[in-house]
Design a protein around this ligand. Structure first.
Ligand SMILES: [Zn+2]
Length: 198
């Protein structure tokens, strides 16, 4: 178990731990990590500012933003400890936070709010199936539909009705566990996409 660290830049708890070339470790909170990446990538973080919560219909979602090598990921989620109901949108760096949040809102109202499992127990033609790491299950894999976990067998059972169908999907990042700790190496992190050319 990792000892808790305070962020090197502010007073929040750090959840990103980055090893520098001299082997010292920088501890950053989620926000300061985003700011650190923007600074090194020459991006203006204020462009990606977003509201902390958004309301759609009568439902309230929290929003988190994460700077990534290829763009900016905006996550909407519900719940405190295990935010099972979540959806994301990855925006290109050129898109500002305001526009990205509009897209995220549309995704919530089209995909996340309408139930994925309909009253007759069948899958809705459009929905969200989360694929989660689940330490507690034998397979270490769980599926999340409408904020409920399904194990491997339960999920396959659902798919039985879909023999003869294509399920067309969009893969997108899922909100990381809210208590997750992230470890990285500064050199690899800042070399970014070049990393993958071998
Ligand atoms: Zn901080």
């Amino acid at each position: 178990m990792m000892l808790l660290h305070t962020c090197d830049q502010c007073t929040q708890e750090a959840d990103h731990h980055i090893e520098k070339a001299d082997h010292s470790v920088m501890h950053l909170c989620w926000d300061c990590y985003n700011a650190y990446l923007c600074e090194h990538m020459g991006l203006d973080i204020t462009k990606y500012a977003h509201p902390k919560t958004i309301t759609i219909g009568r439902q309230r979602f929290k929003v988190k933003m994460e700077i990534y090598q290829d763009g900016v990921i905006y996550y909407a989620y519900k719940g405190k400890q295990d935010a099972l109901q979540t959806i994301s949108f990855t925006a290109p760096f050129a898109m500002d936070g305001k526009l990205a949040i509009e897209e995220l809102k549309q995704r919530i109202s089209k995909l996340l709010i309408p139930p994925t499992i309909m009253e007759d127990g069948l899958l809705s033609p459009l929905g969200v199936i989360g694929v989660e790491y689940d330490e507690e299950s034998y397979d270490e894999l769980a599926f999340v539909l409408d904020g409920e976990r399904y194990d491997y067998d339960e999920f396959l059972e659902l798919l039985l009705d879909y023999r003869g169908s294509n399920l067309i999907y969009i893969a997108e990042p899922r909100l990381p566990a809210l208590d997750a700790q992230w470890f990285g190496n500064e050199e690899q992190l800042l070399s970014g996409t070049k990393d993958e050319d071998l």
